[in-house]
Write a protein that binds this ligand. Structure first.
Ligand code: DO4
Ligand code: MG
Length: 274
């Protein structure tokens, strides 16, 4: 099942049909333990509407967006390379193998864009990449209720200069994208799920890469448990689970680039870079 946030309300897509539900509050609509079952109850009394909506909003209300790092070998390798001068050889290695994952605050809803929104690169950064990440929607109780596509826009030059600059490399206006909707399955998403990213410049593909969730070293439920250890989220929260796709070191985003991130079952999130 998919849910989309639109100007008219919530659209629930299930088994080839779409249902429009008038809602007062997106937070209340998504932050339900057992969301899949709750949505089935919702659609039982709703009329069928037209198609999957064309214009959707970012599927976020007032939730915080958090992120995990160095959860794939490719990410560890890339960070170690970019931070060699800053001593990155050891700390990324250590976190990759440690029990405690790297978790960091990524964005507020105001810094997050949705489908076809504009993501930004920092003007004081010369090496910038999108990071395509499976993103969990976690309820107030920390249960994984849904999945969306996330883009953890990042400055590799700032992050590589000094790990203490990570908040600046990761958090700024237009630093995150989520969407197009939230995939709410009956059972957890499979390890065979693929994540693909394509970056286009002036109509030509300048990078494409692919991975699967099986390459992730951490378990999504463990990441959620760590996040909820000492943080409460009354409205639930979004948690990006890290990137397994990193373009080669000579690649940096340009203004005007288009980024498509596709995750099986969830959909394709498309954004333009500004
Ligand atoms: O340690 C820096 C951030 C890593 C990250 O964002 C990722 O692995 O996706
Ligand atoms: Mg990331």
């Amino acid at each position: 099942m998919q849910i989309y946030k639109t100007e008219k309300g919530a659209v629930i897509a299930h088994e080839g049909h779409c249902y429009l539900k008038a809602i007062d509050d997106w937070d209340v609509f998504i932050n339900r333990v057992g969301l899949y079952g709750a949505l089935l109850t919702d659609i039982a009394t709703l009329p069928k509407t037209a198609d999957i909506p064309q214009n959707v909003l970012a599927p976020i209300g007032s939730q915080e967006v958090w992120a995990s790092g160095v959860t794939y070998f490719r990410s560890k390798q890339a960070r170690m390379e970019e931070s060699k001068k800053a001593g990155g050889g050891s700390f990324y290695d250590l976190v990759y193998d440690a029990d405690r994952p790297e978790l960091f605050f990524k964005a507020t809803p105001r810094r997050t864009v949705g489908q076809l929104g504009t993501v930004r690169i920092r003007k004081d950064s010369h090496w910038n990449v999108p990071e395509p990440e499976l993103t969990l929607f976690l309820s107030v109780s920390g249960t994984i209720e849904g999945y969306t596509v996330g883009n953890d826009m990042s400055s590799r030059s700032i992050e590589g200069e000094n790990p203490l600059y990570l908040p600046q490399a990761k958090t700024y206006d237009g630093c995150a994208a989520l969407g197009p909707g939230i995939y709410v399955p009956e059972r957890p998403i499979a390890a065979t799920t693929s994540i693909k990213m394509v970056i286009r410049r002036n109509g030509s593909t300048v990078f494409e890469g692919e991975t699967t969730l099986a390459q992730m070293k951490r378990n999504p439920a463990d990441l959620a448990r760590y996040l909820f250890r000492e943080c409460s989220f009354p409205q639930g929260c979004f948690l990006m689970t890290g990137t397994g796709i990193v373009p080669p070191d000579n690649f940096s985003l340009n203004i005007g680039d288009e980024v498509d991130i596709t995750i099986d079952h969830i959909g394709t999130l498309t954004n333009t870079v500004e």
